[in-house]
Design a protein around this ligand. Sequence first.
Ligand code: BG6
Ligand code: MG
Length: 218
Amino acid sequence: MNKQAIEAVIFDLDGVLADTAHFHFLAWRELAQTQGIDFDEAFNERLKGVDRMASLDLILRQSSRNYTHEEKQVLANKKNQHYQQLTATITPADLLPGARAALEAVRSAGLKTGLASVSKNAFFILERLEIRDCFDDIVDAAFLTHTKPHPEIFLTAANHLGVDPSACIGVEDSLAGITSIKAAGMFALGIGSANVLTDADLVIPDLRHFLLNDYAVN
Ligand code: BG6
Ligand code: MG
Protein backbone atom coordinates (compact mmCIF):
# COMPACT_ATOMS: atom_id res chain seq x y z
CA MET A 1 0.00 0.00 0.00
CA ASN A 2 1.35 3.45 -0.88
CA LYS A 3 1.71 5.68 2.09
CA GLN A 4 0.64 9.27 1.60
CA ALA A 5 1.12 11.87 4.28
CA ILE A 6 -1.97 12.11 6.43
CA GLU A 7 -2.92 15.64 7.36
CA ALA A 8 -6.18 15.22 9.26
CA VAL A 9 -8.25 12.71 11.18
CA ILE A 10 -12.02 13.22 11.16
CA PHE A 11 -13.91 11.45 13.91
CA ASP A 12 -17.54 10.44 14.25
CA LEU A 13 -18.91 11.00 17.77
CA ASP A 14 -21.60 8.50 18.84
CA GLY A 15 -20.04 5.05 19.26
CA VAL A 16 -16.53 6.26 18.37
CA LEU A 17 -15.61 8.88 20.99
CA ALA A 18 -18.69 8.78 23.18
CA ASP A 19 -20.54 5.92 24.77
CA THR A 20 -23.84 7.30 23.45
CA ALA A 21 -24.78 4.87 20.68
CA HIS A 22 -26.50 2.70 23.29
CA PHE A 23 -28.63 5.67 24.43
CA HIS A 24 -29.80 6.26 20.85
CA PHE A 25 -30.66 2.54 20.68
CA LEU A 26 -32.65 2.62 23.94
CA ALA A 27 -34.59 5.73 22.92
CA TRP A 28 -35.43 4.38 19.45
CA ARG A 29 -36.40 0.97 20.81
CA GLU A 30 -38.85 2.49 23.28
CA LEU A 31 -40.35 4.67 20.58
CA ALA A 32 -40.70 1.71 18.19
CA GLN A 33 -42.41 -0.31 20.90
CA THR A 34 -45.02 2.43 21.44
CA GLN A 35 -45.88 1.94 17.75
CA GLY A 36 -46.00 -1.87 17.99
CA ILE A 37 -42.83 -2.20 15.89
CA ASP A 38 -40.18 -4.85 16.68
CA PHE A 39 -36.75 -3.38 17.24
CA ASP A 40 -33.52 -5.20 17.96
CA GLU A 41 -29.75 -4.62 17.87
CA ALA A 42 -29.49 -5.97 14.30
CA PHE A 43 -32.02 -3.46 12.99
CA ASN A 44 -30.32 -0.74 15.03
CA GLU A 45 -27.09 -1.26 13.01
CA ARG A 46 -28.92 0.23 10.02
CA LEU A 47 -29.77 3.37 11.98
CA LYS A 48 -26.28 4.13 13.25
CA GLY A 49 -24.90 7.26 11.58
CA VAL A 50 -28.27 8.07 10.02
CA ASP A 51 -29.93 11.33 11.06
CA ARG A 52 -33.04 11.59 13.23
CA MET A 53 -35.78 11.90 10.61
CA ALA A 54 -34.25 9.35 8.24
CA SER A 55 -33.91 6.91 11.17
CA LEU A 56 -37.56 7.45 12.09
CA ASP A 57 -38.59 6.78 8.48
CA LEU A 58 -36.66 3.48 8.50
CA ILE A 59 -38.43 2.46 11.72
CA LEU A 60 -41.93 3.49 10.63
CA ARG A 61 -41.49 1.66 7.33
CA GLN A 62 -41.93 -1.52 9.42
CA SER A 63 -45.47 -0.43 10.35
CA SER A 64 -48.59 -1.18 8.35
CA ARG A 65 -49.96 2.32 8.84
CA ASN A 66 -48.95 5.64 7.31
CA TYR A 67 -47.81 8.61 9.37
CA THR A 68 -48.34 12.26 8.56
CA HIS A 69 -45.48 14.71 8.64
CA GLU A 70 -46.89 16.18 11.87
CA GLU A 71 -47.12 12.76 13.54
CA LYS A 72 -43.52 12.04 12.55
CA GLN A 73 -42.42 15.35 14.01
CA VAL A 74 -44.09 14.50 17.34
CA LEU A 75 -42.45 11.05 17.43
CA ALA A 76 -39.01 12.45 16.54
CA ASN A 77 -39.33 15.02 19.31
CA LYS A 78 -40.34 12.32 21.81
CA LYS A 79 -37.33 10.22 20.92
CA ASN A 80 -35.06 13.23 21.22
CA GLN A 81 -36.45 14.19 24.63
CA HIS A 82 -35.82 10.66 25.85
CA TYR A 83 -32.28 10.72 24.40
CA GLN A 84 -31.60 14.05 26.07
CA GLN A 85 -32.81 12.67 29.42
CA LEU A 86 -30.50 9.67 29.05
CA THR A 87 -27.48 11.85 28.21
CA ALA A 88 -28.16 14.81 30.53
CA THR A 89 -25.75 13.62 33.16
CA ILE A 90 -22.94 12.10 31.12
CA THR A 91 -19.43 13.09 32.12
CA PRO A 92 -15.88 12.66 30.74
CA ALA A 93 -16.08 9.13 32.20
CA ASP A 94 -18.43 8.37 29.28
CA LEU A 95 -15.65 8.88 26.77
CA LEU A 96 -14.94 5.54 25.13
CA PRO A 97 -11.61 3.87 25.99
CA GLY A 98 -8.73 5.42 24.10
CA ALA A 99 -10.76 8.37 22.80
CA ARG A 100 -8.96 11.18 24.55
CA ALA A 101 -5.54 9.60 23.92
CA ALA A 102 -6.33 9.25 20.19
CA LEU A 103 -7.35 12.90 19.93
CA GLU A 104 -4.20 13.96 21.74
CA ALA A 105 -2.00 11.71 19.57
CA VAL A 106 -3.39 13.27 16.39
CA ARG A 107 -2.80 16.78 17.64
CA SER A 108 0.67 16.13 18.99
CA ALA A 109 1.62 14.64 15.60
CA GLY A 110 0.77 18.07 14.14
CA LEU A 111 -2.32 16.82 12.29
CA LYS A 112 -5.73 18.44 12.27
CA THR A 113 -8.78 17.00 13.99
CA GLY A 114 -12.34 17.22 12.73
CA LEU A 115 -15.70 16.04 14.01
CA ALA A 116 -18.29 14.66 11.58
CA SER A 117 -21.45 13.70 13.47
CA VAL A 118 -24.97 14.03 12.06
CA SER A 119 -26.27 14.39 15.62
CA LYS A 120 -27.89 17.72 16.43
CA ASN A 121 -26.98 16.98 20.05
CA ALA A 122 -23.26 16.79 19.23
CA PHE A 123 -22.27 20.18 20.66
CA PHE A 124 -24.02 19.40 23.95
CA ILE A 125 -22.36 15.97 24.18
CA LEU A 126 -18.91 17.46 23.43
CA GLU A 127 -19.40 19.98 26.23
CA ARG A 128 -20.42 17.26 28.69
CA LEU A 129 -17.39 15.17 27.71
CA GLU A 130 -15.13 18.24 27.91
CA ILE A 131 -13.54 17.59 24.50
CA ARG A 132 -14.93 20.48 22.47
CA ASP A 133 -11.53 22.19 22.44
CA CYS A 134 -9.87 19.09 20.97
CA PHE A 135 -11.18 19.86 17.46
CA ASP A 136 -9.98 22.22 14.74
CA ASP A 137 -13.41 21.91 13.12
CA ILE A 138 -16.81 20.59 14.17
CA VAL A 139 -19.34 20.21 11.35
CA ASP A 140 -22.71 21.59 12.42
CA ALA A 141 -25.31 18.99 11.40
CA ALA A 142 -27.98 21.69 11.22
CA PHE A 143 -26.42 22.94 7.96
CA LEU A 144 -26.22 19.59 6.17
CA THR A 145 -28.47 18.65 3.27
CA HIS A 146 -27.71 14.93 3.35
CA THR A 147 -27.24 12.35 6.08
CA LYS A 148 -24.61 9.61 6.00
CA PRO A 149 -24.05 7.47 3.86
CA HIS A 150 -23.81 10.55 1.59
CA PRO A 151 -20.23 11.91 1.70
CA GLU A 152 -21.31 15.54 2.35
CA ILE A 153 -20.40 15.60 6.04
CA PHE A 154 -16.86 14.23 5.62
CA LEU A 155 -16.23 16.41 2.55
CA THR A 156 -17.45 19.44 4.52
CA ALA A 157 -15.07 18.64 7.38
CA ALA A 158 -12.09 18.27 5.00
CA ASN A 159 -13.05 21.51 3.29
CA HIS A 160 -13.27 23.39 6.59
CA LEU A 161 -9.90 21.97 7.63
CA GLY A 162 -8.36 22.94 4.29
CA VAL A 163 -7.14 19.39 3.68
CA ASP A 164 -7.57 17.22 0.59
CA PRO A 165 -9.92 14.27 1.32
CA SER A 166 -7.23 11.87 0.11
CA ALA A 167 -5.04 13.01 3.04
CA CYS A 168 -7.73 12.32 5.64
CA ILE A 169 -8.60 9.36 7.81
CA GLY A 170 -12.29 9.07 8.71
CA VAL A 171 -13.14 7.14 11.87
CA GLU A 172 -16.56 5.49 12.15
CA ASP A 173 -18.53 2.79 13.97
CA SER A 174 -21.42 2.62 11.50
CA LEU A 175 -22.05 1.05 8.12
CA ALA A 176 -23.51 4.32 6.82
CA GLY A 177 -20.48 6.21 8.12
CA ILE A 178 -17.93 3.92 6.45
CA THR A 179 -19.81 4.30 3.14
CA SER A 180 -19.76 8.08 3.62
CA ILE A 181 -15.98 8.11 4.25
CA LYS A 182 -15.21 5.91 1.25
CA ALA A 183 -17.47 8.00 -1.00
CA ALA A 184 -15.53 11.06 0.18
CA GLY A 185 -12.28 9.41 -0.97
CA MET A 186 -10.76 9.01 2.49
CA PHE A 187 -9.13 6.15 4.37
CA ALA A 188 -11.90 4.49 6.41
CA LEU A 189 -10.97 3.33 9.88
CA GLY A 190 -13.77 1.23 11.38
CA ILE A 191 -14.37 0.93 15.10
CA GLY A 192 -16.07 -2.33 16.03
CA SER A 193 -16.27 -5.62 14.19
CA ALA A 194 -14.74 -6.39 10.78
CA ASN A 195 -17.70 -8.74 10.20
CA VAL A 196 -20.05 -5.74 10.31
CA LEU A 197 -17.89 -2.96 8.84
CA THR A 198 -16.95 -4.92 5.75
CA ASP A 199 -16.11 -1.90 3.57
CA ALA A 200 -13.68 -0.29 6.00
CA ASP A 201 -9.98 -0.13 5.04
CA LEU A 202 -9.09 -1.30 8.52
CA VAL A 203 -11.15 -2.19 11.59
CA ILE A 204 -10.00 -1.96 15.21
CA PRO A 205 -12.14 -2.90 18.22
CA ASP A 206 -11.81 0.50 19.89
CA LEU A 207 -9.58 3.58 20.00
CA ARG A 208 -7.14 1.99 22.44
CA HIS A 209 -5.82 0.31 19.29
CA PHE A 210 -5.43 3.59 17.39
CA LEU A 211 -1.87 3.96 16.07
CA LEU A 212 -1.31 6.75 13.56
CA ASN A 213 1.62 4.99 11.93
CA ASP A 214 -0.57 2.04 10.90
CA TYR A 215 -2.61 3.91 8.33
CA ALA A 216 -2.05 4.45 4.66
CA VAL A 217 -3.96 6.52 2.18
CA ASN A 218 -4.07 5.44 -1.48
C1 BG6 B 1 -25.74 9.68 14.88
C2 BG6 B 1 -26.16 8.41 15.56
O1 BG6 B 1 -24.48 10.05 15.34
O2 BG6 B 1 -26.67 10.74 15.16
C3 BG6 B 1 -27.61 8.06 15.23
O3 BG6 B 1 -25.31 7.36 15.15
C4 BG6 B 1 -28.51 9.25 15.52
O4 BG6 B 1 -27.99 6.93 15.98
C5 BG6 B 1 -28.00 10.46 14.75
O5 BG6 B 1 -29.86 8.97 15.14
C6 BG6 B 1 -28.86 11.72 14.96
O6 BG6 B 1 -28.77 12.14 16.27
P1 BG6 B 1 -29.68 13.27 16.93
O7 BG6 B 1 -28.99 13.50 18.24
O8 BG6 B 1 -29.63 14.49 16.04
O9 BG6 B 1 -31.04 12.74 17.05
MG1 MG C 1 -21.44 6.60 15.22
